[in-house]
Design a protein. Sequence first.
Length: 274
Amino acid sequence: MPEVKRDDVTLYYEDEGSGPPVLLVHGHTLDRRLWDPVTPSLVAAGLRVLRIDLRGHGLSSRPDFGYHPSHHAADLAAVLDAAAVGPVVGVGHSIGGAVVLEIAVTMPQRLTAMVLVSPVMPDRPFESAFMDNLREVARVIRSEGIGAAMAGPWDRSPLFEHSYRRPEIRQAAAAITRDFPGAEYLATRRDRIERSWSLPDRLGEISLPTVVAVGEKEMPGFRASAEEAATGIPGARLEVFADCGHLLPLESPERVAAIIVDATQRSNVQRFNV
């Protein structure tokens, strides 16, 4: 598996296939394996697929700071440089969607299109039920360890309630989250990012072709984030997945792959016609 170093952080990624490049970014406590059910269809469609482990996840380094979307976005730019790829279709799930949005606003030349899957909206607060669960996760990590937190409060998170009604989805997600190192929760330095703007206020500046995918049974706050992205980004399209929750790449990988392939084809046609 290739790796690249940015400052003191080592970032691992997988690079498969050939053709128009697609960058897949996972959500919190997950890693590149979230996309295992999606990637074969993308490679078969003639795409080059890059899957990264964000810092603090998977096989990447676990620094004690640097977990703001802006840090992750800079990491991804380093990976794209190391892989020698030009603009990509950025695909982000959950917090990965926040990272892709950060790139779209601050480094739009890096992207040809976006697919936001159950995205977090940067600079917006989470709903109280989700925050309560995160606080319990943090408490258990510090008192009982990461394994207890992943198997306990995180496994019971309201974020996964609908997805986990299917035992195979719970099993697939748990196989990833049990390896989460928890570095972000154990950080010794808080990320303080001061800037004069908030990302939701800049959605109207984004001119990339964009598809936003969200589960019909998603938590209300995350559903609101997806709808805000779809409404705020000019020309964006909202795709609602019937009877699905938060983990769309595991719950409906064929449809997720089809949306990514379509977005890639449309972005290439648009670039050719410009």
